[in-house]
Design a protein around this ligand. Structure first.
Ligand code: AMP
Length: 586
């Protein structure tokens, strides 16, 4: 497919906000694409030039792209800047200039060719790489038609926001195969064990639904994380779990999925390690001590599921999340490893020496883990404590013990079930500080709620010194939309106000994002694009006509910004309804 034809699809996608229509257009695009290019098409429509988990970023500032445009179309940079000020989008500027320079000889580049050229630009690194990126970008722009130039410009600047994610692509693949969304579940199951959207699309294109049935986990490609459910009391948890179940401490750190495998090209170069976060980003660079510790384990290849948390090397005590989060940085990692070392508490194993363990029951996976980690002498990779219990009383006393140690609570796990990639289910139930009050009575809201920042209200009085007077937060509906849940104002400390102001400044947009469903009376003064997840705790969930979820929160307080979650992974509208039911005991 030529990039020009692909751009026509992008143009159609850009013009619609309807998820159904987007799905149909994508299915049509996939039908026209051939098997060698469909993977690249998937990455490109998401604004990327590699699977998301590779974390390949362009590192090319808008200013540089503006210079590339000037160079490509032989105009002064001032002219580009001036047009940019008027149009507000560099893609439109490039497109207009390409149009006026009809003399330029255009060759019809294919999607695959443009993809490779863009990838080359992203891969340039080191000394003078900015200049090399710029020259390559200019060269590419000078070879393509105006419409293609518009989208090629938007990709490196991160402005190709078409308003859908991997999940819509899965729907479109189902439409491609079945004409409707009936195969989505099956395709999603394959994506859950190999979260590479391009690879999944290619398998579907080549072998249909049969092609994806054979997909197995592979070290190096992330598996979507299993998630936990909530229940209102120790009794309810024990009842759901059956006669015997496992209880483990719940650590409050980073989810770390650790992959280890022999260097594919050259075995003498030892082992490769990749670490993925909860939202499947490649975060290997943040944890050099985990990388070296995992290489010492007595295994050839493995995928571990773990939680990594900072500790004080002098006392060996685990530290709160605020300290662990300090490890999230791009620079100064070496020093951070010394100042804030981490331990990875491994609680599951999903793959071992060439074989997937995903379908094995948990107690068997745990035995494998004990065998491997029991022998290891690393202080960084640690086997998570576990106890097998059978009733609510024992559960409560374990939870008390964990809370006294300063932990977040307990994870309760069924013993005879397979790992559930990407799924929240009753195979794991979390028991946090708020699940019960101190008297063992069910608390009203049994968990913190992860919400999405949607907008902000202008500050008045004292709060005007912070720049904003409160924020509007909401949750995803699972239909590509976000619904408002509550205003958060009095529940913010001064420090949090300042932090919110910075985030709002960075993410504000001119108009209400099309995926927001908000009532007139709760409209904020400033809109923010869906990006940041805020964890809040409330006293109660109450029905509310003002907020489009249909419920609101009483006394919401901000616990923290959760930058390990995507907006789509925040608590859903459905979960809010479930939490409300739990609270009212229905
Ligand atoms: P939540 O984020 O509140 O839904 O709780 C689930 C999270 O708890 C998981 O994503 C893990 O990051 C974390 N976690 C901490 N300890 C454990 C454990 N022992 N087993 C599983 N998950 C754990």
């Amino acid at each position: 497919m030529s990039f020009q034809e692909f751009s026509e699809f992008l143009s159609r996608l850009e013009k619609t906000a309807s998820r159904n229509e987007i799905t149909q257009i994508l299915a049509e695009l996939f039908k026209k694409a051939d098997a060698r290019e469909i993977d690249k098409i998937c990455y490109l429509v998401l604004g990327r030039v590699a699977p998301n988990y590779e974390g390949l970023e362009f590192q090319l500032a808008e200013k540089m792209v503006a210079r590339a445009i000037a160079l490509a179309y032989k105009v002064d940079i001032e002219k580009v800047t001036e047009q940019y000020k008027k149009a507000g989008d560099l893609g439109d500027v490039a497109s207009a200039l390409a149009n006026s320079k009809v003399k330029i000889q255009k060759s019809k580049l294919s999607v695959g060719q443009v993809f490779e050229l863009l990838k080359e630009i992203a891969l340039e690194s080191g000394k003078d790489s900015q200049e090399r990126k710029l020259t390559k970008m200019a060269n590419l722009l000078s070879r393509i038609d105006p419409l293609s130039a518009k989208y090629v410009t938007r990709i490196p600047t991160g402005k190709l926001r078409l308003g859908f994610s991997d999940m819509t692509i899965l729907d479109a693949l189902s439409v491609l195969e079945k004409g409707d969304k009936s195969a989505r579940k099956q395709i999603e199951a394959a994506f859950s064990v190999t979260a590479d959207i391009g690879k999944i699309a290619q398998k579907v294109k080549v072998g249909g639904l049969e092609g994806i049935r054979r997909i197995r986990a592979e070290p190096g490609i992330p598996i979507r994380c299993a998630l936990a459910e909530r229940l209102a009391s120790a009794e309810k948890i024990a009842e759901k779990m059956g006669s015997k179940f496992a209880v483990e401490p719940k650590f409050d750190g980073f989810r770390t999925q650790i992959h280890l495998w022999p260097h594919s090209a050259n075995a003498s170069r030892g082992k490769e390690v990749r670490i993925f976060s909860r939202n499947l980003e490649n975060v290997t660079h943040m944890f050099p001590e985990i990388v070296s510790a995992v290489k010492k384990l007595p295994v050839e290849s493995a995928i571990f599921d773990s939680e990594s948390i900072a500790y004080n090397p002098a006392t060996q005590k685990l530290l709160p999340f605020q300290d662990t989060v300090q490890r999230k940085r791009k620079h100064g990692i070496e020093q951070a490893v010394i100042d804030i070392p981490l331990k990875s508490f491994v609680f599951d194993i999903l793959y071992l020496d060439g074989e997937t363990l995903l379908d094995r029951p948990f107690f068997e996976r745990r035995k494998q883990l004990e065998k491997i980690l029991g022998k290891s002498d690393t202080r960084t990779i640690v086997l998570t404590d576990q106890e097998i219990i059978s009733n609510a009383e024992d559960l409560r006393s374990k939870v008390d013990e964990y809370l006294k140690q300063g932990l977040e609570g307990a994870m309760v796990k069924k013993l005879d079930v397979a790992y559930q990639p990407g799924g929240r289910g009753f195979h794991w139930v979390k028991f946090k500080r708020h699940t019960e009050n101190t008297k063992g009575e069910e608390s009203k809201v049994t968990d913190t709620i992860d919400t999405v920042l949607m907008g902000a209200y202008a500050g008045r009085g004292k709060r005007s010194t912070f720049g904003i007077g409160g924020v509007l937060i909401g949750v995803p509906g699972g239909d590509g939309k976000y619904y408002s849940l509550t205003n958060l104002g009095t529940g913010l400390t001064d420090e949090q106000f300042r932090e919110m102001f910075k985030i709002v400044e960075k993410l504000k947009v001119d108009k209400q994002p099309f995926e927001y469903t908000v009532d007139k009376i709760t409209k904020p003064d400033i809109w923010v694009r869906p990006k940041v997840v805020l964890e809040v705790l409330a006293d109660e969930i109450t029905p509310s006509p003002r907020h489009t979820v249909g419920y609101s929160l009483r006394f919401p307080r901000l616990i923290r910004v959760r930058d390990d979650k995507n907006p789509e992974q925040a608590t859903s509208v459905h979960e809010i309804k479930e939490l409300y039911k739990m609270q009212t005991g229905k």
